[in-house]
Design a protein around this ligand. Structure first.
Ligand SMILES: [Mg+2]
Length: 123
């Protein structure tokens, strides 16, 4: 499947002074790719923002491409991961609670693995 993952408040909590990656981000993106899915990052903040975040957190090995979140996106998602209920209804996918503050106990991203039938790592 082509899985499109949102950045802001889905993978990333950002404030003026820091960026925090959501717990499980690397593990979940790696597992999706490892099970043969193509993972895309997209953002209404733009393609460059996606690339910057991926580079900052070392996510590039798991990502196929980066896009501006736009209805004219050249590739259509089979499934999206987003904190925006409206978009999840529109494209179908996994709704996650908005990640606004760093929280080491957050497990929301693992819902994606459950959704596509990948066993959740126990570590
Ligand atoms: Mg968002």
């Amino acid at each position: 499947m082509r899985i499109f993952v949102d950045i802001d408040n889905t993978l990333l909590a950002s404030s003026e002074s820091e960026w925090a990656l959501r717990p499980g981000a690397c593990e979940v993106l790696a597992a999706l790719q490892g099970h043969g899915h193509a993972v895309y990052l997209w953002s209404a903040t733009g393609r460059a923002h996606c690339q910057r975040i991926a580079e900052h957190f070392g996510l590039q090995p798991f990502i196929t491409e980066y896009f501006d979140k736009d209805p004219d996106c050249p590739i259509k998602p089979d499934l999206i991961v987003d904190d925006d209920w409206y978009l999840v209804q529109k494209y179908s996918g996994v709704l996650v609670t908005p990640f606004r503050e760093p929280d080491p106990n957050d497990r929301e991203l693992y819902k994606v693995l459950a959704h596509v039938g990948i066993p959740i790592p126990t570590s």
